[in-house]
Write a protein that binds this ligand. Structure first.
Ligand SMILES: NC(=O)c1ccc[n+]([C@@H]2O[C@H](COP(=O)([O-])OP(=O)(O)OC[C@H]3O[C@@H](n4cnc5c(N)ncnc54)[C@H](OP(=O)(O)O)[C@@H]3O)[C@@H](O)[C@H]2O)c1
Length: 336
């Protein structure tokens, strides 16, 4: 290690004792990880909770090779130690980071390219709510989906961490935003965040609502976390030359759809997962976010929607809240 503050040998972390329900999340004493070349060690102050953590806890989303077995895809805190070949960061810098795993712990090591400064004026709990959603939405909505100012976005799950981020960023960059959510309270929250139209998918057909909201044209970009029977309906709701970006398949990974719609409307149906991508790829997204989104976070034109904060040792309660589905925005762990 090139540089370090006093670091203990052991730390408290939340581990997945076996695949299962929220109670399998248990505090454990683990070795503090050592940063290698190009990596930094963060003394974690807060860690974001994401739906993929729930999937990992159930045994359905194993960490990629080389990643920590501990859950946690994002964290904020202070730089505690620097590996070799780090020029930008200094011990003590306040940062937030996308982590390949291991965020539910007092210390986490990350590649320097996945680290960003705390947005101006942000607390650690707010900053920990940013990386996973902003990296995912930036890449899938703008880079993969090619959303442009003046176009219409349809984002499913508008009140989720991902959805609240997509609504705000799309609106900030000049798109017309339509979203779906499962209750009036969630739809109201989406409208407050900048959505132009919020569809309660339990009461309204989103295909008809999108057509009505767009004068029959449909959505230019659809960011979808549902899949299943939404696939065929997304093809219906899409505009000519529409781009449908799949980021999850909560409603089913196997679907039957009329593929002639792809030809007739010249649609693109794509998708991606962030976690297994290379450190170079993540560094490129970090650079784009710092240039184009960090100024918006600094003035609070966009900001994470904070749902609830739980102490690290009560991570199981955070997962219970996420699985209850009552939350709006982000659930965060306070690591102290
Ligand atoms: N591809 C990637 O790189 C990537 C990265 C991060 C997250 N993700 C995925 O993105 C999704 C959101 O993550 P998150 O952490 O923001 O989770 P979250 O806050 O728990 O949100 C889950 C959302 O899914 C919605 N939903 C579930 N089933 C639905 C259905 N049948 N119809 C409509 N909406 C449905 C829920 O809407 P209601 O509550 O309104 O029912 C809720 O808003 C997750 O599926 C996650 O796995 C993907």
């Amino acid at each position: 290690m090139a540089s370090a503050q006093k670091i203990p040998a052991k730390m408290t972390a939340i581990a997945i004792s076996e695949p299962g329900g929220p109670r399998v999340l248990k505090p454990e004493t683990r070795d503090v990880p050592l940063p290698g070349p190009g990596e930094i060690l963060i003394r974690v102050r807060a860690a974001g909770v994401n739906r993929p953590d729930v999937q990992q806890r159930k045994g359905a989303y194993p960490p990629p090779p080389g990643a920590s077995d501990l859950p946690g895809l994002e964290a904020s805190g202070e730089v505690a130690a620097l590996g070799d070949e780090i020029s930008r960061w200094r011990v003590g810098d306040r940062v937030c980071a996308l982590t390949p795993g291991g965020g539910y712990a007092e210390y986490v090591k990350v590649h320097a390219g996945s680290v960003l400064p705390l947005p101006a004026g942000f607390t650690h709990t707010e900053a920990a709510a940013v990386p996973e959603n902003y990296f995912t939405v930036w890449h899938n909505m703008f880079e993969r989906g090619g959303l442009k100012s003046g176009e219409t976005l349809l984002v499913h799950g508008g009140s989720s961490g991902i959805g609240t981020t997509a609504i705000q960023l799309a609106a900030a960059f000049g798109a017309y935003v339509v979203t779906t959510a499962g209750s009036k309270e969630k739809c109201d929250a989406c409208l407050k965040l900048g959505a132009d139209r919020a569809i309660n998918y339990r009461e309204e057909d989103f295909v008809a609502a999108v057509k009505e909201a767009t004068g029959g044209k449909g959505a230019n970009v659809i960011l979808d976390m549902v899949g299943g029977d939404y696939v065929a309906r997304n093809y219906e709701a899409a505009a000519l030359e529409g781009r449908i970006v799949q980021i999850a398949t909560q409603g089913g990974a196997v679907a039957s759809a009329d593929f002639s719609k792809i030809m007739v409307k010249r649609l693109v149906h794509t998708g991606s997962t962030l976690r297994p991508r290379t450190v170079e790829f993540k560094a490129a997204i970090a650079a784009a976010l710092e240039a184009q989104v960090w100024p918006l976070l600094g003035t609070r034109k966009v900001a994470p929607v904070m749902d609830m904060i739980f102490p690290l040792k009560e991570a199981w309660r955070a997962h219970e809240r996420m699985e209850d589905g009552e939350h709006i925005g982000k659930i965060v762990l306070d690591v102290g």
